[in-house]
Write a protein that binds this ligand. Structure first.
Ligand SMILES: C[S@@+](CC[C@H](N)C(=O)[O-])C[C@H]1O[C@@H](n2cnc3c(N)ncnc32)[C@H](O)[C@@H]1O
Length: 363
């Protein structure tokens, strides 16, 4: 089975387009981002994408923003960071902030919108979109008098109308199975049936795989999902990276896994994806690598520089590395920085093994 060729570039730091005075380069740095951002030259970063600590939601390992007593103080703390973000971003760049909400006395505080209003009013930025993340698996809670929150906003800001924008790259259907928006053709997924037969799965696993395949094909035909990819043990490459942890387990246990693609031919301001968890991760609140990848592809080109001033478990760096962009991440917690660093090193290592394996196969 042909595998995706990973560019050599993915394994080495980019030396091109490095702005003068920018000392961070594919780095995870431990410290207070308000101070670290000051070390970054003005107009030097292509994309800042981040999820700052939410208001009074969690005690993070290293303290930092989020534990203010009043909503106004939280917004002021965020604005100090945001002002620096506006300074360091290139005129062609973008800033994407994911901010969560909070209930107080059974009433929503509308924190994300308080922040977005302050950002536009105080920093003269343009708010291009409020992209809604729809969680397919929100935290299950049984409220008697309210619904379960299952969305979060990602605000896309720019400082000039020159911002880079690659709309075709956003939520792009994969090459493997895609529909044209009018429903899938008769052949959708057909090749997977023969791959299941060729595989070394047990008869029971083959039966489960065929059933799951029929189910997802039906979903594509009904327009519930835009496409999908199937991985079969022994036929396809293993997923790499922590985010794929759940898929690895499925591959081991069931012999196959199906990745649904909730694409969007209309390019609407919605991304539908599950909340993911990482094995052995000390961080309590991570966002999906897939969402970050979509913004990176929408707003930057290969080799561009992506910064996350609240890197946490390293999700932004993973997405930047996988899409062949330069990453810079800051976090106040040494524990999270160490974890993020280990996560990236693991992915680099697996990529290089994978690449070597491919080369050996090609010889
Ligand atoms: C919501 S989490 C980010 C999670 C990240 N997006 C991920 O996927 O893992 C926010 C992070 O901000 C960090 N933080 C809080 N205040 C900070 C500060 N002043 N400077 C740098 N990092 C800070 C916390 O340690 C926490 O890891």
């Amino acid at each position: 089975m042909p595998r995706k060729k990973i560019s050599e570039q993915a394994l080495v730091p980019y030396a091109v387009n490095r702005p003068a005075g920018l000392s961070f380069w594919n780095d995870i740095v431990c410290g207070d981002s308000e101070e670290l951002l000051q070390k970054i030259p003005a107009n030097s970063i292509d994309l800042i994408i981040t999820s700052p600590p939410y208001f009074q939601q969690r005690e993070y390992d290293g303290g930092g923003i989020g534990n203010e007593k009043r909503a106004e103080d939280y917004v002021s703390a965020l604005m100090k960071i945001f002002r620096e973000c506006v300074r360091v971003i290139k005129p062609t760049g973008s800033i994407v902030f994911n901010v969560g909400d909070k209930y107080e006395d059974s009433s929503l505080l509308l924190m994300p919108y308080r922040f977005a209003i302050a950002a536009t009013e105080q920093c003269g930025v343009i708010l291009v979109n409020n992209v809604t993340w729809v969680k397919t698996n929100p935290t299950p809670r049984q409220f008697k008098r309210r619904l379960v929150s299952s969305t979060e906003p990602f605000f896309h800001f720019v400082k000039s109308q020159e911002y880079k924008y690659y709309l075709d790259e956003f939520l792009k259907p994969t090459e493997e199975v895609k529909t044209n928006g009018n429903g899938a053709g008769e052949n959708v997924g057909k090749k997977y049936f023969s791959l299941i037969e060729q595989s070394q799965l047990t008869p029971k696993q083959k039966e489960m795989a065929r059933d799951a395949l029929e189910e997802v094909i039906e979903e594509v035909r009904n327009g519930e999902v835009q496409g999908f990819r199937m991985k079969i043990r022994g036929i396809h490459s293993e997923p790499f990276g922590g985010q794929d942890g759940g898929r690895k387990i499925q591959l081991d246990k069931n012999g196959f896994t199906i990745i649904r693609i909730y694409g969007n031919p209309l390019k609407k301001d919605v991304i539908t994806t599950p909340v993911e968890s990482l094995k052995n991760c000390p961080h309590p609140a991570i966002y999906p690598v897939q969402i970050v990848e979509e913004f990176i592809k929408l707003l930057t080109q290969r080799g561009d520089i992506v910064l996350d001033p609240f890197i946490g478990s390293g999700s932004t760096a993973v997405a930047a590395f996988k899409t062949e962009r330069v990453y810079i991440g800051f976090d106040i917690s040494q524990e999270y920085c160490d974890f993020a660093q280990k996560r990236i090193s693991g992915i680099k290592h697996q990529l290089s093994l994978w690449e070597r394996n491919n080369e050996a196969k090609a010889d």
